[in-house]
Write a protein that binds this ligand. Structure first.
Ligand code: KG4
Ligand code: ZN
Length: 355
């Protein structure tokens, strides 16, 4: 079985070919729009949509060439159907529908978050149920993955996502975009203990997150050190980056520890903690989550770094998992700017919730 996966929900244009026999990934082509957005310090939706439109055909051709196959060899085509920047999602969905119609093969609309959630089943032998910490630029959630299409949300952010905290922090410190890798690099030369930034939500009951206060505290600490024009000495920036990464990490660890306790009560058969999403590329965080899982008697699985940030392989794989269960979509599927993994979850207190 071979599935083409298309990802266009944010600032990566991606196409991949994935099969069910090992090795599963036949091609995984990602074109990052970094240079297009860098001068704005963030992703500009209209620019992203136009860039997807411009590059997607070529990227699909490249993926098929790398896989050594043609359109006739595909069993299905999957595209991110949401959540995400709607202009980009429309580009990917229309392309996938056109291929499905022309080739007479099934079209599968994949929830981008499910793509992240199932990546570990593409790369590792991971059985349901597992506890999932999904941390990306737009999302920060703790979920129990009970099966394909079956997720129970334990917690979410009441304001910013973890990736946003990294991105906004990096912007504030003048470290560039995207912020996660920039903060991680700067933090490696910094003193994490120098600035006592807050640990949002730490010690609170439940599993919800909050990061917006951290950003304010970082700004105040940076302003107290700057030269009045926002410039920071390299060591100060490194120490602030390290302090920010430690604070985000402490908050994520505390919330995940809460979720592990709930997971072990509700799903005694479950024995795996999984981290996914762009922020899961952070080495310090992976190490801390691994240690937490070990201390609680859980196996810890994180996707390879290249499959943490957005890619087409995760969409193709989620499509393949759905196809195996006979779950396919109609060609009148409407792209969804919002698409929660657990539609039954109550909104977190504090609103501003991303689902
Ligand atoms: O999953 P992703 O590629 O896109 C979304 O679905 O949002 O995640 C992107 C996010 C960005 O906020 C980026 O700064 C963050 O992942 N990120 C990292 C690292 N690499 C990417 N955050 C912390 N450390 C990293 N090494
Ligand atoms: Zn993502």
């Amino acid at each position: 079985m071979l599935v083409l996966g298309i990802e266009t929900s944010c600032d990566e244009t991606a196409a991949a070919v994935v099969g069910d026999a090992h090795p599963r990934i036949h091609a995984n082509c990602v074109l990052s729009q970094l240079t297009e957005h860098a001068r704005f310090g963030g992703v500009v939706p209209e620019i992203a949509a136009r860039a997807h439109l411009e590059h997607l055909d070529g990227l699909i051709a490249e993926a098929l060439a790398v896989a050594g196959i043609g359109f006739t060899d595909l069993d299905a085509v999957a595209a991110t159907g949401g959540p995400g920047l709607i202009g980009g999602v429309i580009v990917g969905v229309m392309e996938a529908k056109a291929i499905a119609l022309a080739r007479g093969i099934p079209f599968i609309a994949v929830n981008h978050l499910e793509g992240h959630a199932l990546t570990v089943r593409l790369t590792d032998d991971v059985e349901f149920p597992y506890l999932l910490l999904l941390i990306s630029g737009g999302h920060c959630q703790l979920l129990v993955a009970e099966g394909v299409g079956r997720y129970r949300r334990l917690g979410t952010t009441i304001d910013d996502a973890a990736g946003e905290a990294f991105d906004k922090g990096a912007k504030l410190l003048g470290l560039g975009f995207p912020g996660g890798p920039a903060i991680e690099r700067a933090a490696s030369a910094g003193d994490a203990g120098r600035f006592p930034l807050p640990r949002p939500m730490k010690g609170r009951p439940g599993c919800d997150f909050s990061f917006s206060g951290l950003k304010t505290a970082l700004r105040q600490a940076a302003e107290a050190l700057g030269d009045g024009e926002g410039r920071l000495a390299p060591q100060d920036a490194a120490d602030l980056a390290a302090s920010l990464q430690a604070a985000i990490g402490d908050s994520l660890i505390d919330r995940t520890a809460q979720a592990i306790a709930a997971f072990q009560r509700s799903h005694p058969a479950g024995h795996t903690l999984v981290v996914a999403g762009g922020v899961a590329a952070n080495a310090a965080l992976r190490a801390r989550l691994g240690a937490l899982a070990a201390a609680r008697g859980l196996r810890f699985v994180a996707p390879p770094i290249a499959l943490c940030t957005d890619n087409g392989a995760m969409i193709a794989w989620a499509g393949l998992e759905r196809l195996r269960l006979g779950i396919v979509d109609r060609l009148d599927f409407a792209p969804r700017p919002r698409w929660p993994l657990d539609p039954t979850a109550a909104p977190a207190a504090g609103a501003g919730v991303k689902a």
